[in-house]
Design a protein around this ligand. Sequence first.
Ligand code: R1P
Ligand code: URA
Length: 235
Amino acid sequence: MSVHIGAKKGDVADKILLPGDPLRAKYIAETFLENVFCYNEVRGMYGYTGTYKGEKISVQGTGMGIPSVSIYVNELIQSYDVQKLIRVGTCGALQQDVKVRDVILASTSTTDSQMNRMVFGGIDYAPPADFNLLKTAYDTGVEKGLNLKVGNVFTSDSFYRDNGKELFELLARYNVLAVEMETTALYTLAAKYNRRALSVLTVSDHVLTGEETSAEERQTTFNDMIEVALETSIK
Ligand SMILES: O=P(O)(O)O[C@H]1O[C@H](CO)[C@@H](O)[C@H]1O
Ligand SMILES: O=c1cc[nH]c(=O)[nH]1
C-alpha cells in the first residue's frame, strides 16, 4: 500500500491509463478490460487491473489538477514501479480548427503552475511527451481514420478564472491547442523518474464557441481516445 493507493505491489500493471475522473476509470475497466479487479477505493479514486488483448494493464483515476495527479503518479512510480503512463483526459479547445470530440496528443505543455519553477529555480522547464508513445498513438489513430491533432496544451491551475478570454486568445495565437489541468505534472514526473508518458485528450468543450458535451459523456464514451491509449500501451 502507498498513502493514497490501497493495492499490493503486484496488483498494479507496469502500464496504466490515467483518467482524471475515477468513474471514467470504472467505465474503461468495465467496457474494455477482461479479468478485471478493483485494487483501489481509497478516497473513491478507483483503480482497476485487467487484461487488454491478453496484456495486463491498469487504469487509475487521478483527480483534477496538478497536486492531485502528482500524488497518484508519484505513488504509482515509487511504490508500484509503473513504467508507461498514459493520461486519458478531457480538454477545452482553443483553436477554431479543433472541434468538440476531436482527439489531441499533447507533445508538450505550457503551464501557469509554480510547481516547475520551484523545482528548477525559476527556469521554465518544457515537459515533453515520450516520442515513441506519441508516434505509436499517432500511427494508431491514423489507422483508425481519426483526424488527430498534435501539439502544445495549456495545463492550467484553475478551471474558473477572471482573465480567461485575454489569456486564452494569447495562448491560441502561440498555437496552444487546448486547456486542461494535469499534463505538465505527468510529463515532468515521468522525466524525473525516467518513465514514459503521454497525454491523449478528448475535446469536451470549446472555449471559443461555447459548444460542450454532457457530464455523462465526459464520464463515459470518448471511446476513440480510450482505444488509441489502450493500443498504444500494448504496442
Ligand atoms: O476529464 P479530466 O481527465 O479530469 O480532465 C479535465 O477535466 C477536469 C476539469 O473539468 C480537469 O481535470 C481537466 O484536466
Ligand atoms: O481543464 C479543462 C478541461 C476541459 N475543459 C476546459 O475548458 N478546461
